[in-house]
Write a protein that binds this ligand. Structure first.
Ligand code: N01
Length: 538
């Protein structure tokens, strides 16, 4: 390790970008392997998603007992979750606990954004530059920079002209934002907007929600966990964790066995009612086998949700505007809500349907749609992210022959297994594009990737290899397989962030592997077992 006097090391064995759930676990595993490792984190503290997304109502939509690290049985036993779905503050406390418990903090440099990474083909090391002026080199780099971590430009003219405070859900300030008695606009109705709206509705004087595409939102039925439940779960944790690892989506669930179209209408309704009551994100989707592959089958579930909206929202034109009709149920990530639709029964809450009256501009006073200007004290953008590729292409990553990742991915990301991109040796991504990532419980996918990467680095070091790179053929074959699997589903029918469709000019490529985390894990394991098939080790 090459250390300047009084400073952090400028040459280490590995660099990790990002100190969220992925980066922290990667750091832990590389340290266990004996590698000197530095983590760079742009934020002023650790936590990644759970550090940045501290908007009112932010909460995980995967159950707490599943959405937690599995690598330490002791950690499983000592940490006690308070609710079925943990809120952002509790998850952040958990992350801090993990960092302290495993002695991770001293290796993390906060408030430091990695801006550039250049591969030195002669020395076979990466040189990383940061916005604080540091340069550090290491043979291995792991990008643990998140899937939904780069907020997208809302793309609304005049956004900077608003005279009052404006917030993005993913950049919510640390200090208390008191919106009591204020007139507040929320733009966007994805998972963030759907969580935020009912909480804000209870605090502000007037809440106006600007909706471009209505979401399918399912009730979370969140509640405190009982002591008995927690004890039972702790007793069964080893088996539960093993089952998670074998599962298709990273959660332990019962998979359906029959088609929606084979069931009678009564049977379908009963199944959908059970899914709705389950309070689980995938509860409704798992009612039948064909909801994500057959449009007619899907329409039966979509109809059910629309019926629920009609039964909750008392004003019929508001209810109608809230009903999604332009994309199949489940092809955008469904939202898990607590009181979202019911919030529109509050006379202080107004829905503006942007399909009828589009936003023309944001003005110093508020928001002007095609019919009027509305005046606000504050505006909240819940407008989403440049998902999966944004955090990677925003860094200038220069690989072999001076090629940049940004240029290589101009027509969509090209990766082998979502773990590496050919021509960028020894640079790994955790839950990178074309891996199952966002279609699964992220914790399970993060752990699988981190463990695979760690084993790979151990293999390279043990074998005296200094470089691993994917072959272009393996990468092409993987990309074709991912695209072929997605094409067999209804996913491409939605203009979703899964497809990059939410960012103007972004290539329309399905960014995740739909084949299942179980099948994917088997493939990754087989690749390693077969001497890193599809890679060149030198
Ligand atoms: O972002 P989104 P998000 N004018 O992209 C609208 C995870 N997450 O932050 O659909 C007007 O889903 C946009 O409209 P449209 C989760 O994976 C998890 O809500 O593009 N509207 C849409 O309604 C989630 O899926 C949790 O027509 C504009 C909204 O903004 C992912 O993060 C919580 C607009 C963006 O929705 C992203 O969720 C939160 C414009 N110019 C997030 N631009 C949980 O664990 C965009 N929109 C619960």
């Amino acid at each position: 390790m090459d250390t300047l006097p009084g400073s952090a090391p400028r040459r280490v064995d590995a660099i990790v970008v990002g100190a969220g759930l992925a980066g922290l676990y990667q750091l832990h595993r590389l340290r266990e392997l004996g590698l000197s490792t530095r983590v760079f984190e742009a934020g002023d503290d650790i936590g990644g998603t759970w550090h940045w997304n501290r908007y009112p109502g932010a909460r995980c939509d995967i159950e707490s007992l599943s959405y937690s690290y599995s690598f330490s049985p002791e950690l499983d036993q000592e940490w006690v979750w308070s609710e079925k779905y943990a809120g952002q503050p509790e998850i952040l406390r958990y992350i801090h606990h993990v960092a302290d418990r495993f002695g991770l903090r001293e290796h993390i440099t906060l408030r430091t954004r990695v801006t550039r990474a250049v591969y030195d083909e002669g020395d076979r090391v990466w040189e990383i530059s940061t916005d604080t002026g540091e340069t550090v080199t290491a043979p291995y780099v792991v990008m643990a920079s998140g899937c939904n971590s780069t907020p997208k430009d809302p793309g609304v003219p005049g956004a900077d002209s608003f005279a009052g405070p404006a917030y993005h859900t993913a950049r919510w300030p640390r200090e208390d934002v008191d919106l009591t008695g204020r007139r507040v606009a929320v733009i966007g109705t994805g998972s963030s907007g759907v969580q935020l709206v009912p909480v804000l509705a209870g605090r502000v004087a007037e809440l106006t929600v600007f909706q471009r595409t209505p979401a399918y939102a399912l009730p979370a039925h969140n509640r405190p966990l009982t002591e008995a439940e927690i004890a039972e779960h702790k007793a069964g944790y080893p088996e539960f964790r093993a089952a998670q690892r074998r599962s298709k989506g990273g959660s332990v669930v019962t998979m359906p066995t029959r088609s929606a179209l084979e069931a009678t209408e009564e049977e379908r309704t009963a199944a959908y009612e059970a899914g709705w009551r389950s309070g689980v994100l995938s509860g409704l989707l798992r009612s039948f086998t064909d909801l994500l592959v057959d449009r007619a089958a899907n329409e039966t579930a979509a109809d059910f949700v629309r019926g629920k909206i009609a039964s909750i929202v008392t004003d019929s034109s508001t209810a109608e505007a809230l009903m999604p009709r332009t994309f199949p149920f489940g092809t955008k990530r469904p939202c898990l809500d607590t009181g979202y639709y019911a919030a529109y029964n509050d006379p202080r809450v107004t829905l503006v349907d942007l399909n009828r009256t589009p936003i023309e501009e944001i003005t110093p006073k508020g928001v002007r749609t095609s019919d009027q200007e509305r005046v606000f004290d504050a505006i909240v953008f819940a407008t989403g992210f440049d998902a999966l590729t944004g955090a990677l292409t925003s860094v200038e990553i220069v690989g072999k022959g001076g090629a940049t990742l940004r240029e290589k991915w101009a027509d969509g990301p090209r990766t082998y297994l979502g773990l590496v991109s050919a021509g960028f040796p020894n640079l790994f991504t955790v839950t990178g594009p074309l891996s199952p990532s966002v279609l699964t419980n992220m914790m399970v996918s993060i752990e699988q990737h981190v463990e695979w990467i760690t084993d790979c680095v151990a293999h390279l070091r043990a074998g005296g290899f200094t470089e691993i790179d994917a072959t272009p053929e393996a990468e092409e074959e993987w990309g074709a397989h991912v695209a072929e699997m997605a094409a067999q589903t209804l996913y491409p029918a939605a203009d979703s962030w899964y497809l990059g469709a939410n960012v103007p000019g972004k290539a329309r490529v399905f960014l995740a592997y739909v084949g299942g985390a179980d099948r994917y894990r088997e493939r990754c394991d087989a690749v390693a077992r077969d001497g890193y098939e599809g890679f060149v080790l030198s």
